[in-house]
Structure formats: C-alpha cells, structure tokens
Design a protein. Sequence first.
Length: 464
Amino acid sequence: MDRTDEDLFASTGDGNAPRRVLDLRQAVALIVGVVIGAGIFKSPSIVAGLSGSANWMFAMWILGGLISLVGALCYSELTTAYPHPGGDYHFLHRAYGRATAFLFGWARFAVITTGSIALLAFVFGDYMQQAVPLSMLPEGWGATAYAAGVIVVLALLNLQGLRTGAGAQMWLTLAEIGGLVLLAAAATFFTDPAPAQAPAPVTTAPVSFGLAMVFVLLTYGGWNEAAYISAEVRGGAAAMVRALTFSILIITVLYLMVTWACLQTLGMQGMAQSEALAADVMGLAFGASGEKVISLLVAISALTSINATMIVGARTGYAMGRDWPPLRRLGRWDGERGTPVAAMSIQCGAALLLVAVGVAFGSGFKSMVEFTAPVFWLFFLLSGVSLFVLRRREPDLPRPFRVPLYPLLPLLFCASCAYMLWSSLSYVYSQSLGGLNAAWIGVAVLASGSLLLLFLDRKERSVP
C-alpha cells in the first residue's frame, strides 16, 4: 500500500531539501539547453525532403512549436500544483502509484537519461576531434577520450552545486544561441542566394506529413525536463509558467531562423539532399574554415545538452531514493550545495559505463538507446493523462495555474503523445538489432525494471 505523499517527500530529516535558488534566466537556459541539441543540424534536411514545399516545411516547424507550447501549458499546471524535483516521476506516482513511477524512474535512470548523456558525449567527442584533434592518441581513441572526459568534467562541475552548474549552463546556452545566430548571419551576409526554383503550389501535400512531424517533434523534445526543477525556481508558479512559455518561444524562433537560413542558401532541393546541412551552409560562407566553425558549434550544442541533462536527470534518482528505503542513498540531498550528490555521482558512473558499452558495440549502442523511444513516449503519454486523473482525484487541491481551454488542449497534447508512441512503435518494430526485433529492447528495459521492483518490494517488506 502506497504511503502518503507527505511521507514520501517530506524533508530528509537532516534539514537538507531542495530550495528555490534558480532565477527565471537560469530556468530558461536549462530548458533551452536540454532541447536544442545536435538534432537541429540534421532534422531540417529530413523535414525538407518530406515536406514537398517550403510553405509546408515552415508550417510543420510552427506546428511543432504550437504542440510543444500546448504541452508546456499542461506541464505548467502539473509543475505548479505539484512542485517537486522528481518531475514526471512525482506526477506518475500521484496518479498511478509508486510501481508505475518506479518503472519510469528505472527506464529513465538506466537508459533514457544516462544513455542520452553517453550519446551526446560521443557527439561532442566526434566533433571536437574534428575541430581540435588529439593526435597523440591512437586512431579512434580521440573521440572516446573527449566523450569520457566531458562526462567527468561536467559531473565534477555540477557536484560543486546547483548554482555552479546553472551558471555554466547560462554561458553555454548563450554560446549555443550565438552559434545559431551566426549560422543565420552567414546565410544572410556571406553567401549567395540559392538558385531560384519554381515554387510548388501551396496546395501541394507533403510527401509524408506524419513522418516529418515525428522528426520535428523529436527536435523539440526535452522541454518537459522543466518539471525536475519546479521545486527550485524562485517566483513559484508564475515563474514556472513564464520559464516554459519563454523557452518554447525562443526555441521555435531559433528553429525557424535556422530553417530559413538553410533554405536561403541551399534551396529546398539542396536542403533535402544535404548530409551535413549546417556544414554546407558554413562551407559556402567561410570555405574550409567553416567546417571547423560548425564542428565547434555542434560540440557546444552537445555540451549544453549534456550539462542540462545531468542537472535534471539526477533528480529522478533522488526521488526514487526518497520513495524506496533500499535506495535511500540516492535520496540524499546536499543542502549546502543544492544538489543530490549521490544520485549525480552514480549517474556519472552509469554514463561512463555506457560510454564503454558504446565503444564495444559501436553504432549498435546508438540504436539500442534510440529503440527505447516507445518507452519514453509511453510514460510521456501517461504524464499527460495524469493531469485528468489528478484533477478528478484531487479537485480541491490549489492549482495556481490551470490549462486554458480544458479539456481540449490537454486532449490535443495526449493525442500528439499517442501518435508519437504509435510512430515510434512502428519504426522500432521494423528494425532489428543483433538479429532480434528491436521492439524487444523496450520490453527488456521494462521487464528488468519489473524484476528489480519485485526485489525491492520484497526487501522492503522483510525489514521489520
């Protein structure tokens, strides 16, 4: 039988608990940093190839921003009514019980977050090796050294405290935004416009609207990570709503700006055929030196996402440690530094272990992490549905912010999550890894979590 929420998430007893130390700018920097990764340097070419016309292409990116904004409004209600560093874990626990929350936490801690950190570290390593090669190391080891090194350095930085990690995130996000502005400026001032092409009729339908939207929404993904800092943002409910809204607006403007810059320089056909979109634009603007610039830009984007993911990811482990006594070490919060030190350290170790797995399995590791997408979208959908469940179950709970046009907007958000779940399942089911259907990857993650859940539950019951 589940304990009450007050029992689960009361202060640790030693006076250490999350405090509201982040201002609005730092919250926005974290959200923007999580969302804008290497995807924006690849997705526009895929979307261009699937769009059929520039009008549809821009419409898709705007629609992606609107859907993300709707989701952000739903999360604004959840985060302001239930502020907690556990984020989605906390919402799932309140709505469905701690067993469901544990399976989410396990999937997130074991693969989704730590796997993302490892993959982003490899992206950082690959591009840094191009920009500043470590020639003293054996061939192939330079990128790995960068990948492992960046995880250790950023973990040590964030172990200094939330203020230090958030301060670094501010500068990294500004550098990332500056790089995207540079890309647009290069297209505007340093390149010739793409050759004129006969415009496609406005009524021309996209080649594949659904698949294109999958890539658009994946590129917008990550704004929900704001839930994990909801208990640490100064200004309470109003600040959280502003942080989510401003972040989505900033991201949408940047994505439209990058798409426009690529269209101006390469044209629709050139975008669709490009294998390295941003590199092609910078190459036309600055020649061979442009390749170095874009390598640094992608590396900075990966670095920004790694740092933000580390900050929010460790808070899931903290919430699980507060809930499950056998995992109590994860639930220790350093009040002086404002961070879950144990969870952050274990997360770092797990990410380094996955880097080693990545070296051993190569692209198979990347596929393994990507094939857990249905698990992510399943729990994301459940988080959206939890808004309806909690409104019905706790109608008298104060809600500083309520989603406008309820229930239409939450239904739209849940429908988009359900569509992404179906799309990711369709994609994964058609793939294979090591001779096995890739759909078994997600099943294996949930099955291993279920076994661990039974073990923890039995261990907890055996304690007098």
